[in-house]
Design a protein around this ligand. Structure first.
Ligand code: SF4
Length: 477
């Protein structure tokens, strides 16, 4: 398909092709021996990715011994490419107005509650609360409403966010998760200096998509599914894809997600920056019993591990929808970014910190399972030998899209990511951490300094750590 055609025509998601692969794999998986699956896993250890056929075979695997091998390989690939780094972000809900009626969402039009859009002063209060938690990277979220939450408002919000200073705090990267729009609007978002443009597909299965979106502009499958192509045509290098697992058969969804990533790579020479794997959660007016494709914990682990093998250089994101214990397991299977201390309420951060008034009748978009503050999550990560990171350097250094991939593939990015993780974590320890986390974190830094591949960069990192202690901020490679 030509690049221009893919701007509005989502036939790159070929359901017949995906169904053929799934049907063949399902038939063969009944009698499949472990050896061919182990061979696929072995080849994938080279970080060359997986074909859709091989991904399907692993998704159908139920053999515990093979799954154990799959999880070990996913962990090894993650270690090779990302080390033990875990990048933090927080969602910021700007507006609960929505003209759509998505059946899985608390913000849907038919749910009656008092809706609210944050004023610029309220946004500042939210940002101060987020900065006091140590966050540097946000994902803006809002319902779709061209009147209440138009692009002028979003541009003003982004500029307001970048302008807020709280102590040493400053938001350094604003990712944006807004409804599918046109190329001109994506150009405006690019100019507003967004980081990643994120849009979840929810479901790639056309019939399920129709059922889940009974009305509103989001009902247009083709327009929604081609949004990332338009964003990339407009010059946004980093885009994020995602599926809401639980709406339709996860085997189909995972393959379609990978096919979407391939289609972007075919058109632009680079695939998505991130994939998200949210699962359906309870929300206002959402009864999980009515969804027949809910995904079990074990299957989510399999999905994450297969994605890690299939797209080794693409970030994988997990949110606070999941329980702490499961999030921990997923970190070792390929997740590279996590949210923490999240609120899915409009105005929720300032209100929780006693500096704002949440509209009392407004429900959150969905319910959360991990409500721990970032400091607690960080302590836990340190105890498990992970390195928390608040890095936003690549985007600010122009290492995005196809400028980033060669660095990732030849491994030279390790001499940037590891020191930047250490430096941003040090800032967190100096400015936000509790005494207990500070002491734990210092040990983490010592341990991870030794893992910087280049001796010269290691020495320079030590020198910059000292400069941070002396009061400088925002030092990065
Ligand atoms: S998922 Fe998004 S578009 Fe759909 S109802 Fe919720 S906020 Fe609106």
């Amino acid at each position: 398909m030509k690049r221009e055609d893919a701007l509005f025509d989502a036939s790159f998601i070929d359901e017949d092709q995906i169904n053929r692969i799934l049907a063949k794999t399902r038939r063969e998986s009944v009698s499949s021996a472990p050896a061919p699956l182990l061979a696929i896993i072995d080849r994938a250890r080279e970080a060359q990715g997986l074909s859709l056929e091989d991904a399907a075979k692993l998704l159908f695997c139920e053999d515990e011994a093979v799954l154990g091998e799959l999880f070990r390989a996913a962990n090894a690939i993650k270690q090779k490419i990302y080390g033990r780094r875990m990048v933090f972000f927080a969602p910021l809900y700007l507006s609960s107005f929505c003209v759509n009626n998505c059946l899985y969402c608390g913000y849907r039009r038919d749910n009656k509650f008092e809706r609210h859009r944050l004023t610029m002063d309220e946004i500042k209060a939210e940002i101060r609360a987020l900065e006091r938690m140590g966050h540097k990277r946000l994902a803006l979220e809002c319902g779709e409403d061209p009147r209440e939450c138009d692009l002028d408002y979003l541009e003003e919000a982004i500029s307001t966010i970048y302008g807020v200073r709280e102590g040493n705090g400053r938001i350094r990267r604003v990712n944006v998760n807004i409804a599918a729009t046109d190329v001109e609007n994506y150009r405006r978002l690019k100019k507003a200096q967004i980081g990643t443009y994120i849009l979840f597909q929810e479901t790639y299965h056309r019939e399920t998509y129709r059922k889940m979106h009974p009305s509103g502009p989001k009902r247009d499958y083709d327009y929604h599914t081609t949004a990332h192509h338009r964003a990339m045509s407009a010059g946004i290098d980093d885009v994020g894809l995602g599926v809401l697992f639980g709406l339709y058969d996860y085997h189909f969804e995972a393959l379609a997600l990978l096919r979407h990533a391939q289609a972007l790579e075919e058109s632009f020479g680079v695939g998505p920056h991130t994939l998200s794997v949210p699962r359906l959660r309870p929300a206002e007016g959402v009864d999980l019993q009515t969804f027949p494709h809910l995904v079990a914990d074990r299957d989510l682990k399999k999905i994450v591990a297969v994605l890690r093998l299939a797209v080794p250089y693409t970030g994988l994101i997990i949110s606070t929808r999941e329980e702490p214990a499961l999030r921990d397991e997923l970190f070792s299977l390929g997740i590279s970014q996590l949210s923490a201390g999240s609120s899915t309420d409009v105005g929720g951060y300032a209100s929780a910190s006693g500096n704002g008034a949440l509209r009392s009748s407004a429900p959150p978009q969905f319910h959360l399972s991990d409500r721990r503050p970032p400091d607690e999550v960080i302590a836990d990560l340190c105890r498990k030998d992970f390195l928390p990171s608040f890095c936003t350097a690549c985007y600010r250094q122009g290492r995005t899209g196809d400028h980033f991939m060669p660095l990732a593939k030849d491994g030279s990015i390790q001499n940037m990511c590891q020191p930047n993780a250490i430096l941003t974590f040090k800032e967190y320890l100096l400015d936000y951490a509790s005494p207990e986390v500070r002491s734990l974190g210092e040990k983490t830094i010592t341990q991870h300094l030794a893992l910087i591949p280049s001796a010269r960069t290691r020495v320079e990192t030590e020198s910059r750590l000292e400069r941070l202690t002396q009061g400088e901020r925002d030092l990065y490679f």
